[in-house]
Design a protein around this ligand. Structure first.
Ligand SMILES: Cc1cc2nc3c(=O)[nH]c(=O)nc-3n(C[C@H](O)[C@H](O)[C@H](O)COP(=O)(O)O)c2cc1C
Length: 260
């Protein structure tokens, strides 16, 4: 079987489906679903959302230059869909979905209590691209639900069961197959002399919730397409640590590994 040509279109999936909260100049809150969102810069931290100008929320963002990106979880899937098919022009989506508001810290919009991560943003640029206008924004504040912070101050996003949007469907995140840099990490000394491709060396974690562990166990089990489950070449230096660390006394959601 070969490949067939497809009409050029949006095929960059999976994506997070986020709930964006906005407050207009008159102080009216609204929430709507956005999948065309992305991280665009690490330092300064910046993200983008692309919004059709006909959205009710678009005008609020234009008026205030502020919004909050609220990450979503499996439990929120109905609300995520609902806020993406109903408009705040006609109804109060907070009341209809039961989504509770919190006041954001640095921006005037509300944030969502149910979201494990709230990313407060201030628009720096608007780019009219066509169907959508892209708002480039500075991340000015982040709050995370302390239920997912362990005793060492590391934040475990995976434990929130993030919601994934892919080609028209909502999905769960699936099992962890590795951690940042695992493909080049130095082999861990093993008494049995076993290869690095195993669970331990890759940092692979199977979520207790789903737990089949079957994903990723095909022919390229070590994560190299087209190769059988052989160990990746070891690297002598730079055994990078992954997972977040407490910095300057505050929990950090950032990887301590190299970021792209
Ligand atoms: C999964 C999903 C993703 C969506 N992503 C976007 C998006 O990235 N940009 C956008 O303008 N609209 C997007 N929408 C549509 C808006 O959320 C929808 O039109 C919503 O009703 C707008 O709300 P508002 O009129 O209250 O602003 C999405 C809808 C769904 C269901």
């Amino acid at each position: 079987m070969g490949k067939i040509d497809f009409k050029p279109g949006n095929m960059l999936y999976p994506l997070p489906a986020v709930l964006v909260t906005v407050r207009d100049r008159a102080g009216r809150d609204n929430v709507f679903t956005v999948a065309w969102a992305g991280t665009v810069c690490t330092n300064p931290p910046m993200l983008s959302i692309s919004v059709r100008p006909e959205r009710f929320s678009y005008e609020a963002i234009r008026q205030t230059g502020e919004f909050v990106v609220n990450l979503t979880t499996e439990d929120m899937v109905r609300a995520v869909d609902y806020c993406g098919v109903r408009s705040g022009r006609d109804q109060d989506k907070f009341r209809e979905t039961g989504l509770e508001k919190d006041q954001a810290v640095k921006v005037k919009a509300a944030s969502l209590k149910a979201s494990p991560v709230n990313i407060e943003c201030r628009v720096s640029q608007e780019l009219a691209l066509g169907s959508h206008h892209m708002f480039l924004a500075d991340v000015v504040h982040v709050t995370v639900d302390e239920r997912y912070i362990d005793q060492k101050g590391s934040f475990h996003l995976d434990q929130t069961c993030p919601l994934v949007y892919s080609h028209g469907g909502y999905f769960t995140q699936g099992d962890q197959l590795g951690t940042f840099g695992f493909s080049v990490r130095r082999k861990q000394a093993s008494k049995a002399g076993s290869a690095v491709a195993g669970k331990k060396a890759s940092g692979k974690k199977t979520s207790g919730k789903r737990g089949s562990g079957k994903r990723g166990s095909g022919p390229g089990a070590a994560g190299w397409p087209g190769r059988s489950g052989k160990a990746s070449p070891g690297r002598k230096t730079g055994d990078r640590q992954t997972g977040s660390k407490k910095r300057s006394g505050r929990p950090s959601g950032q990887w301590s590994g190299k970021e792209s």
